[in-house]
Ligand binder design. Structure first.
Ligand code: 13P
Length: 250
């Protein structure tokens, strides 16, 4: 496997100079981690242009947190893939469980968003994962299979797409899935992606990733990196997670 992809999802956090400072602190620490990690930060759209400018020429890439499935038009409050591109983004998160829940996003909508992102040359970070209720009913694999088959567009691998497995019950709860649970599901997702001729797509783990447990998660076969929420708001924590990634074999 190649370098770990370590992406920070700032969610609805970050304004003005403090947000730019956080990004700059991440950038300053990221130079020495280039051998092991591809680092991406996804700040709120309102500071995206400012942060993308500050990151120019550095080791940190910048992504959006969502984009609309349509090119443009009457969609008040929404942000298009073209706008993200224009603001300096290279990546965009789509299908995050908070979007799927708060905004009723279905697999079909997520698939359309990812396609639009790809059309504009953005690399989608496409999130999948089951809820606690689904896991307790023994439906985790079925849900994940449905998401892999129905929310990931064709040509996703060619477009540099990234999948993030985020069990909903581990997001923001401080409850991480066990190494065994992560290993089992990532192995399954790798197999599903293989069925879709997308065998080389990186699969990130997300859900309460913290520095103390990062090394054990990033060492799991088929874990290609991490999508980090809360800990990405503290530069030293986020950098410590990236530093825990194994250096890829030459
Ligand atoms: P936490 O790391 O805060 O659990 O969030 C994970 C997440 O949702 C990243 O997209």
């Amino acid at each position: 496997m190649g370098k770990a992809v370590i992406a920070g999802n700032w969610k609805m956090n970050g304004v003005g100079a403090a947000a730019e400072q956080l990004a700059c602190d991440v950038r300053d620490g990221a130079w020495s981690l280039r051998d092991r990690a591809e680092i991406i930060i996804c700040p709120p759209a309102t500071v995206l242009t400012r942060i993308a400018k500050a990151m120019e020429g550095g080791p940190v890439m910048v992504g959006g947190q969502d984009c609309h499935a349509k090119v443009e038009g009457a969609h008040t409050g929404d942000i298009s893939a073209e706008m993200l591109k224009d603001a300096g983004a290279t990546h965009v998160i789509v299908g995050h469980s908070e979007r799927r829940t708060d905004h009723g996003e279905t697999n079909a909508i997520v698939e359309a968003k990812a396609r639009m992102a790809m059309n504009w040359g953005l690399r989608p970070i496409l999130c999948i994962g089951e809820t606690l209720a689904q896991r307790e009913k023994g439906r985790a694999r079925e849900i994940v299979q449905d998401q892999v088959f129905n929310s990931i567009p064709h040509e996703f691998e060619e477009a540099g797409g990234i999948v993030a497995y985020e069990p909903v019950w581990a997001i923001g709860t401080g409850k991480t899935a066990s190494v065994e649970e992560i290993a089992e599901m990532h192995h399954y997702i790798r197999w599903l992606l293989g069925n879709r001729q997308m065998g080389a797509v990186p699969i990130l783990y997300g859900g309460s990733v913290k520095p103390a447990i990062a090394a054990s998660i990033l060492a799991i076969p088929e874990v290609g990196g991490a999508l980090v929420g809360g800990a990405s708001l503290v530069a030293s924590d986020f950098l410590a997670i990236a530093a825990a990634a194994p250096v890829p074999a030459a």
